[in-house]
Design a protein around this ligand. Structure first.
Ligand code: PSU
Ligand code: MN
Length: 302
């Protein structure tokens, strides 16, 4: 086990014995959702993973220590510290929080790095970052990390706050296979389809696991992205989601928001503009992704 990391007892034992483990990010706790939905969602994802026979490892940095497997009190603490007290951590941020003993919430990129160091093979999240609409120079570090870190990332696609066609182009360049879990098109987070093509449809955890195992056998060092449509009942009508996203993106431009602040700003505005309805879809997607990720982790184990 990697000794720059601090493991919970449960995760240390699980990794030691080779049990299926699923990593979870912490930026959605500090920057993605308001309290108390953030804590409730984090715990609901952990519960979903346990129901499938795997063990959840939520990842964050507390006082400069990179933790793999947060306890409930630590999740509460992060939520309390919030955006002001916790640095949003992608690759470039990890040495800063560790070196200066700060608190950090790991993004998709940051969580991939730590999970891979720990030997975890599957990671569940909501939406990955991408290329921002109207700002083709704003490319999330998530996309580059997907090209260089071999882990499976299970998500509901990318939110259409992003430029999805450009996001797919970058993933292609980075060599990342995009699987559609029970779908032929890329899910658009709040809605089940963006209409854009994916690389391969899979219809079971075993099929996804076979591709992940082949990636390892071939020694290819990139991620496999598994995209899962939001459950039908909770999907947001596409015109409602689109209207909110356009308005939120406009407000971000108007306020001159840039860099790592864009995604949290736009997510918060979409939540306001849909009177919280986006939250329902968001939570449903996160919990559903946690179930699918755990099923894949169990399949990989078999
Ligand atoms: N997309 C979402 N919800 C989120 C994020 C993205 O729908 O919470 C978070 C994730 O942690 C993701 C990060 O890795 O935002 C991407 O930020 P940026 O665009 O600054 O790379
Ligand atoms: Mn960005």
């Amino acid at each position: 086990m990697n000794n720059v990391l601090t493991y919970s007892e449960e995760i240390a034992a699980a990794l030691e014995s080779g049990s299926p483990v699923v990593a979870l990010e912490s930026t959605l706790i500090t920057h993605g959702f308001p309290y108390p939905a953030n804590v409730e969602t984090a715990l609901a994802m952990e519960q979903a993973i346990r129901e499938e026979g795997a063990i959840p490892a939520t990842i964050a940095v507390l006082d400069g220590r990179i933790k793999v497997g947060l306890g409930r009190e630590e999740i509460e603490r992060l939520a309390e510290l919030g955006q002001q007290g916790v640095r949003k951590c992608s690759r470039r941020d990890l040495p800063i929080v560790v070196g200066l003993r700060q608190h950090g919430a790991t993004t998709v990129a940051g969580t991939m790095i730590v999970a891979h160091m720990a030997g975890i093979r599957v990671f569940a999240t909501g939406g990955i970052g991408g290329v921002h609409r109207g700002h083709p120079e704003d490319v999330s570090a998530d996309l580059i990390e997907l090209g260089r870190t071999p882990i499976a990332v299970v998500c509901a696609g990318a939110k259409s706050i992003l430029d999805l066609p450009r996001t797919l182009e970058v993933l292609e360049t980075q060599g990342v296979p995009i699987l559609g879990y029970g779908t032929d098109t890329l899910p658009a987070f709040y809605s089940r389809s963006s209409g854009l093509p994916i690389d391969q449809r899979v219809d079971s955890p075993q099929e996804a696991a076979a591709i992940i195992a082949a990636r390892d056998k071939l020694g290819l060092g990139h991620a496999v992205l598994v995209t899962v449509p939001v459950p039908e009942a909770e999907a947001l009508p596409q015109d409602e989601a689109e209207a909110a996203i356009q308005e939120a993106t406009r407000l971000a431009d108007e306020a001159g928001i840039h860099g790592k602040a864009v995604t949290p700003f736009v997510l918060a505005k979409v939540l306001e503009l849909t009177n919280g309805r986006s939250k329902q879809a968001n939570i449903a997607a996160l919990v559903n992704n946690a179930h699918v990720a755990a099923q894949i982790a169990v399949a990989l184990h078999q």
